[in-house]
Design a protein around this ligand. Structure first.
Ligand SMILES: NC(=O)c1ccc[n+]([C@@H]2O[C@H](COP(=O)([O-])OP(=O)(O)OC[C@H]3O[C@@H](n4cnc5c(N)ncnc54)[C@H](O)[C@@H]3O)[C@@H](O)[C@H]2O)c1
Length: 349
């Protein structure tokens, strides 16, 4: 049986979900709602969706709808998702899950109480590149994880409800969780941000996570960059990766390179011997599949099988907890803020 899905919010991102829902054999785009009537009408017309409305409640309460996708601005996610869950609908929500950890926590609990699926669109976790990185990491091919260093900058849309951290960092935080072994969890976050335009919140900033094994993850976020860069370097003991998401011909490069140290013997004037290894670079062939196609499939299958999706509400909540700690760190001038390890690990079970 196909899952009948209503999409709320069809601005920039929502139509991509409508397209994937209407082309998947597992789902049917049954309604779209947007407070902007022209957007609702044009998206519905383009993808043959039978219902176009300006009233989200028409979608949330309709008997003809099994599930709801929420692609509205972040400040509306908690209220819309809560109404959908209360009406017995499964929910796929855009990142970030909500604009506070407490709201996110209530949404996760409500979904569990009602035995409904609450899934995050953590899109990157469904790309072939991130799946390949996770495979390399989990198989041991890369060796021991050392660092994650990401640049995610462009001339971005200045959002009024969330800052650049809440807009862009969910991508890196969800990727990190997906690719790292479960034994490595973040223990503290430090962040600094800047608001050169005076919009009331940071438009650019730097976020660093210290992990439980001492390794480091760093993310550089900026809405005010003249060029778009989406490059991540992942260092590990056996191999290192460079992921350039804007280069479809070679998104991922695997370098057989490394740096090792050993104690020097007494005759040496140095206390440490450092050896460098630079071998071949390999660019693996990656299947070009639209990530949202996999997102929609995972949503439909998790509803059909009544199981937790790969990127469930808890994953969204863990991201919110880090973002809140980053906000505290920014307010305190960048000092590290400890993360609640129990909440992180407990939420993962
Ligand atoms: N996963 C990704 O890679 C990705 C990419 C872009 C955006 N997003 C997320 O998608 C969401 C939407 O972003 P966007 O760039 O499409 O924003 P947008 O402003 O272009 O579109 C939002 C739409 O929601 C409508 N809307 C606002 N409040 C509403 C309400 N209460 N009921 C019904 N409609 C309402 C607006 O009229 C607008 O058409 C955000 O959460 C954003 O973070 C995710």
């Amino acid at each position: 049986m196909t899952l009948r899905v209503g999409v709320i919010g069809v601005g920039y991102w929502g139509p991509n979900l409508v397209r994937n829902l209407s082309t998947s054999p597992l789902t049917e785009a049954a309604a779209v709602a947007d407070v902007d009537p022209a957007r609702a009408r044009s998206t519905a017309a383009q993808w043959g969706v039978p219902v176009a409305t300006t009233d989200p409640d028409e979608v949330l309460t309709s008997d003809g709808i099994d599930a709801v996708v929420i692609t509205t601005p972040a400040r509306t996610h908690a209220a819309l998702a809560t109404r959908a869950l209360e009406a017995g609908k499964h929910v796929l929500v855009e990142k970030p899950l909500a604009t506070s950890g407490d709201d996110g926590d209530r949404m996760v609990r409500l979904a569990a109480e009602r035995d409904l699926v609450l899934m995050m669109d953590h899109t990157f976790c469904y790309t072939s590149t991130v799946r390949k990185i996770a495979e390399l990491m989990h198989s041991g091919d890369l060796g021991k994880f050392r660092y994650y260093d990401s640049v995610r900058v462009n001339l971005g849309l200045i959002q009024d409800d969330i800052d650049v951290f809440w807009d862009l960092a969910p991508h890196d935080l969800s990727i990190l969780e997906y690719i790292l072994p479960e034994t490595i969890v973040p223990v503290s976050v430090a962040a600094i941000g800047s608001d050169p335009l005076g919009v009331g919140h940071p438009c650019l900033g730097y976020l660093s996570l210290t992990m439980s094994d001492g390794s480091l993850a760093h993310v550089h976020l900026n809405w005010l960059s003249p060029t778009k860069i989406r490059t991540t370097i992942i260092g590990a003991s056996k191999r290192m990766l460079v992921w350039d998401d804007l280069n479809p011909r070679q998104r991922l490069s695997i370098y057989d390179a490394g740096v090792e140290t050993a104690p020097a013997d007494e005759s040496s004037r140095r206390s440490l011997l450092v050896s460098y290894r630079t071998g071949d670079m390999v660019a693996p062939a990656l299947q070009e599949v639209e990530a949202l196609q996999r997102v929609v499939t995972e949503f439909a299958e998790s509803v059909a099988e009544r199981r937790r999706p790969r990127t469930d509400g808890r994953a969204g909540l863990r991201v919110l907890r880090i973002l809140e700690a980053a906000q505290q760190s920014i307010a305190a001038g960048g000092i590290p803020v400890a993360l609640d390890g129990d909440a992180w690990r407990g939420g993962r079970e």
